[in-house]
Design a protein around this ligand. Sequence first.
Ligand SMILES: Nc1ncnc2c1ncn2[C@@H]1O[C@H](COP(=O)(O)OP(=O)(O)OP(=O)(O)O)[C@@H](O)[C@H]1O
Ligand SMILES: [Mg+2]
Length: 336
Amino acid sequence: MGSLDIGIDLGTTKIIIHKAGAGVLLHEPAVVAINTKDNSIIAVGEEALRMLGRTPGYIVAEFPLRDGVISDHVMTEILLKHCIKRACDSLIIKHRVIICVPSEITDVEKRAVVEAVVNAGGRKVFLIDEPIAAAIGAGIDISKPKGNMVIDIGGGTTDIAVISLCGVVVSQSIKFAGDKVDEEIIKYISSKFKISIGKKMAEQVKKEVGNLYKPSHDIKTSVKGRNLLTCYPQLVTVSECDIYEAVEEFGEMIVEEIKKVLDQTPPELASDIIETGILLTGGTSLMKGIAKLIEERTGVKTTVADDPIGCVSRGTSLAFDYVDILQTGFTSETHI
Ligand SMILES: Nc1ncnc2c1ncn2[C@@H]1O[C@H](COP(=O)(O)OP(=O)(O)OP(=O)(O)O)[C@@H](O)[C@H]1O
Ligand SMILES: [Mg+2]
């Protein structure tokens, strides 16, 4: 009989539902569009993302989790229910669910997420720390008495953790990740080129010419926006070196936080990390040069996991193997 265990990565930018053996059941942007006249749901996921910034006044399309915290509880619940229903084809079957939520959300918000999953058909719900899920999903055997440093750089938060024996030994979470990089690019283009661009354009620029290590003047891309002085649409060309000015501080901040965590790491685990290296997961670890920057500054071999965006969701569904032994990885659970 097929298992009813599913894992959910509820991220700031996207939601992925994964089932061990079956793979990804759903991968959608974490966006909901609502008609405020009658509170009806107009779209969820990809379709709602296409509406962002393009809706008439009575339609609200938004990311209910922003900067790594829940900014809208009702929308978050709608998002979860809708996605679980779509992925699992039924709300009646009672699943066991392991869910990963942004580390900065409060205990009250965590309970709200657990309740939303229960209302959507979860029989028993576990919350898991993002670095633990990322490590499991990246194929690390977290049960060994060996130190591993995992850094998940997502959209809203960067989570840095040293893991050993199924637990987080030292960790640090900052609300500074891919979304803030996009904001810095928007500010930079506005101040240097006097052009206003939207979030989607900024993200595209980041993916094309964002480079945190030895940026080049020759790698360029076109940026479309609105001239702030004339108000007419305008096209400008920006290089990796231009965008480096906007993203450099982000790189420095990540390196600073890693150093703080390494400072607090017990010596035995620190020497393990020299051997095992630093593993990067999360979408922002795909940013060009980030691994090289960290490796050069810390002196520790740094690699980006295979499929870094999928690591956490894969880890949530594989974590059922660890349910009995995980100590600090699970922060809460519920039964109905
Ligand atoms: N190729 C790429 N280059 C740079 N950034 C990228 C790339 N691909 C995705 N990203 C960024 O990764 C971020 C999303 O990562 P991820 O899916 O891990 O976040 P999340 O899990 O939703 O957020 P969080 O864990 O912070 O709640 C976005 O900011 C996105 O722009
Ligand atoms: Mg994430």
